[in-house]
Write a new protein. Structure first.
Length: 256
């Protein structure tokens, strides 16, 4: 495994690169309050292709952003990384925030991607009581471990938290390492500010597979082939074998 950092428009981004074979590489992006380790287990049995895991801004061992930012900056970040790594094309897998970034990047730059795996992808604008809830939750960021406990309950199914209590502890540890300001910026950029993404889906020109959890808060995206798997919003932790199969399906969807 190679550990590497790349300076981008949203700060210094950490990558873990597992060099395997000479085929088209695959990039993995995680969601809010997670890190790149989300994808390690579900990707370990993939064919001999290089796997690239990215810690999103202000997550994992990536640096703080240090200023306000928007979701589209993550698209620029991703393209800066792809260009720095000199990748002509790649497969792209994202979960939640990662899938939101993947969708936008692939729609803008279809020639740089072979196929997409869009796991647990929010695509509707956050409105109404749900929006008010997230605004209120920003106050709870003063108490990051308490906030992480509430977040875990909404992201994971009750069953998985009972079976794997370490998932809650890991989320608490991750949030407690970041400042209130950085966490607030993440909520603004990823949850509160994005507009409806249906038009991005309709404009997509490359193959894509969507995956949602049975207890997921996101709906089924239009147009895309969609698998529904057991669990909540973090399918790579809750439905490991199904997610492995979905990733293999994406690799088989390579554009002709």
């Amino acid at each position: 495994m190679e550990e590497r950092t790349i300076d981008t428009c949203v700060g210094r981004i950490s990558l873990t690169i597992d060099h395997r074979g000479t085929g088209v590489p695959i990039i993995f992006l995680h969601g809010v309050f997670l890190d790149k380790s989300l994808w390690f287990e579900v990707s370990n049995d993939l064919p001999e292709i290089t796997r690239i895991f990215i810690d999103m801004p202000a997550h994992g061992v990536s640096g703080d952003v240090g200023h306000d930012w928007v979701l589209e900056d993550c698209v620029e970040m991703l393209m800066q990384i792809i260009n720095e790594l000199k990748l002509d094309t790649c497969f792209l897998i994202g979960q939640s925030w990662g899938s939101m970034t993947a969708l936008r990047a692939a729609t803008k730059y279809p020639e740089r991607f072979e196929a997409l795996g869009l796991f647990n992808m929010p695509f509707k604008k956050t409105t109404g009581l749900r929006r008010l809830g997230f605004i209120f939750q920003k106050v709870m960021l003063y108490f990051p471990r308490f906030y992480a406990k509430q977040a875990a309950k909404s992201l994971y199914s009750r069953e998985i938290l009972h079976k794997r209590p370490e998932l809650l502890i890991q989320m608490q540890d991750r949030l407690s390492k970041r400042s209130l300001q950085e966490l607030s910026r993440v909520i603004n950029a990823v949850i509160l500010m994005p507009e409806d993404a249906t038009h991005w889906i309709n404009e997509l020109q490359i193959p894509a597979l969507a995956v949602i959890g049975q207890e997921d808060y996101v709906g089924k995206p239009p147009k895309l082939e969609t698998w529904t798997v057991p669990g909540g919003h973090i399918s790579p932790h809750e439905s490991i074998e199904k997610v492995k199969a979905a990733i293999l399906k994406v690799l088989d969807m390579k554009k002709r």
